[in-house]
Write a protein that binds this ligand. Structure first.
Ligand code: PEP
Ligand code: MG
Length: 576
């Protein structure tokens, strides 16, 4: 009998395959006290398990295939750092010694304490990070309990399978992705979990949060999953099987057609050339961007260089990182200066003052850089030195007034002088642009346009600040609407101001890579789109099929509407 189940679809695609359950799910952790003379031996047992767990992770890291999106290695690095953190080493040993208990019990007590702290956090992304603590702890725990999960090596010609498990770690995902895994179903996790992010990056369909999946699904039975809708159909009848096979084939055909567009220019039916650029965070992402046909980089988020480390990166280290990316990409590269604060926190040894009540409205991005000019200057010098190797543009995040732009520009210009005097090469042309992501900047765009060499619209923040909704707060997620007339008007005003002043206007927020909005943005006059590398071809296809002159006429009419529901209908009509 067929069985329908529903979870949270987090990585789209249809998969049809047999179930394979991940064994050794739940761990029974015993607790006992040790005789005085055995305590130090227990400490050694713990350290040796911890070392073995670390070595396993390092091995997995080395197995990451070339061309894999950079964030995957970054997740493993996070786990490695956690594994070596005092809270999971020295603190556990202290518990063993203090209470005279076994290593497993000490580790569990420490885990419970850490998870309780994460659970109290307001930020839903950070709350989800308790999963990382669990993954790291479970790896050590399994070694102590001698119940390690075995992921067997790849068998050539083996049938594809759908992995069903309680939860799945980034390391397991990497190992499974090298086998014939067709999809993942997990009992825990949400859309922000690492399982979800990694599955999306690897293009493997996934459903998370399907409680009791291991009980409800039988080993080896055939299952269909729709990773977009979050549906699971176990033991399907012939009719359902045929329906989903057809759907799967049409999706595969769509992807094959997209690949054919790689070498094609993004020119609309009526001859307008559109620039398609990529957003990247790591050097590895640059290769993916080029492979997907991006002409250059429209947003390089430099925060990753500052994350997961104790100290700040030196000028030399940053110079090398930027130069490697500049060398890897032929086209223009827009490097955004440090955007720390609010949703992007690091532990780089900076003195943290009291936690602000509204971090998104506080000392973040350009505000922080101007408050700590030495931090900014180190980055700016590295950027300017890297500019000698390619077409670098410097983009300033969260500009809200002209004064900030001018101050930053002054620091950049004086650093350039300094470098020249020191004998370094710097490109003659390093355009400095503003990110338009605060409503004030969009409204004052005509004035900023006289000073900026380019604009890039950061819709992720522009929507958050325009509609007064925290972008990482689940409770108000439903209000996050890119089609709100206020948001569309601000985008329109920014594009118009750029056209008037004769400077290029790009968009680098998520909206630019979302195929639902491409026609609307073309109709608003946008000519540069920067997005996750995986979206480039889909957006290119829409551009090639669009008549921009016609879209402009339709969008002009649509902009007179103030009703988001009507707006949505009208936008649906742009597809025609
Ligand atoms: C944005 O705000 O749209 C943007 C691209 O920047 P980030 O998401 O890094 O804040
Ligand atoms: Mg932003």
């Amino acid at each position: 009998m067929s069985l329908w189940l529903s979870g949270i679809g987090v990585s789209r695609g249809i998969a049809i395959a047999r179930v394979q359950k991940m064994h050794g799910g739940d761990l029974e952790v015993p607790e006992y006290t040790l005789p005085e003379g055995e305590i130090e031996q227990e400490v050694s047992r713990f350290y040796s398990a911890q070392r073995r767990a670390r070595d396993q992770l390092r091995e997995v890291r080395q197995q990451i295939p070339g061309g894999t999106p950079g964030e995957i290695a970054a997740f493993i690095d996070t786990h490695l750092l956690m594994m070596e953190d005092r809270s999971l080493t020295v603190a556990v040993v202290a518990l063993i010694r203090e209470h005279g208990i076994n290593a497993e019990a000490a580790l569990r007590r420490q885990r419970d304490g850490l998870v309780a702290v994460f659970e109290q956090m307001d930020d839903p992304y950070l709350r989800t990070r308790k999963d990382d603590v669990d993954h790291v702890v479970a790896r050590i725990q399994r070694i102590l309990l001698k119940s390690e999960r075995q992921i067997s090596p790849k068998v050539e010609g083996a049938e594809p399978f759908i992995m069903v498990s309680d939860d799945i770690t980034p390391a397991d995902i990497i190992l499974l992705s090298q086998q014939n895994v067709a999809a993942f179903i997990t009992e825990y996790g949400g859309p922000l979990s690492h399982t979800a992010i990694l599955a999306r990056s690897l293009g493997i369909p996934a459903i998370v949060g399907l409680r009791d999946a291991r009980k409800l699904l039988r080993e080896n039975e055939t299952v269909i999953i729709d990773g977009e809708a979050g549906h699971v159909l176990a033991d399907p009848d012939t009719k359902a099987l045929e329906f989903y096979l057809r759907k799967q084939e049409s999706q595969a055909q769509y992807r094959r057609d997209l690949v054919k567009l790689k070498g094609k220019a993004a020119i609309s039916k009526d001859g307008v050339k559109i620039h398609l650029l990529a957003n990247i965070e790591l050097l590895e992402d640059a290769a993916e961007a080029i492979a997907n046909g991006a002409e250059g980089i429209g947003l390089y988020r430099t925060e990753f260089l500052y994350m997961n480390r104790k100290g700040l990166p030196s000028e030399e280290e940053q110079y090398e990182a930027y130069s490697r990316i500049v060398a890897a990409v032929q086209g223009p590269i827009t490097i955004r200066t440090l955007d720390l604060g609010a949703d992007k926190q690091v532990d780089s040894g900076r003195s943290n003052g009291p936690t602000p009540n509204n971090p998104a409205l506080g000392l973040r991005a350009i505000r922080l850089c101007l408050k700590e000019p030495e931090l900014f200057r180190v980055q700016v010098r590295a950027l300017l030195r890297a500019s000698a190797h390619g077409k670098v543009q410097i983009m300033l995040p969260m500009i809200s007034n002209l004064q900030e732009f001018r101050q930053a520009q002054h620091i950049i210009e004086s650093s350039r002088e300094e470098l020249r005097n020191e004998g370094y090469k710097v490109a003659d042309e390093v355009p400095i642009g503003s990110m338009i992501e605060v409503p004030a900047a969009a409204i004052a765009a005509p004035m900023l346009a006289h000073h900026s060499r380019f604009f890039s619209i950061g819709t992720n923040d522009l929507i958050q600040y325009t509609l007064a909704i925290d972008r990482v707060d689940d409770e108000v997620n439903y209000l996050y609407d890119p089609l709100h007339p206020a948001v569309l008007r601000l985008i329109h005003m920014t594009i118009e101001a750029g056209i008037h002043a004769g400077i290029p206007v790009a968009m680098c927020g998520e909206m630019a890579g979302d195929p639902r909005y491409t026609r609307l943005l073309l109709g608003l006059g946008l000519t540069e789109f920067s997005m996750h590398p995986a979206n480039v071809l889909e957006i290119k296809r829409i551009i090639i099929e669009s008549n921009i002159g016609e879209l402009k006429r339709k969008v002009k009419r649509l902009m007179t509407s103030l009703d988001p529901v009507e707006m949505r209908d009208l936008i649906g009509g742009l597809d025609a």
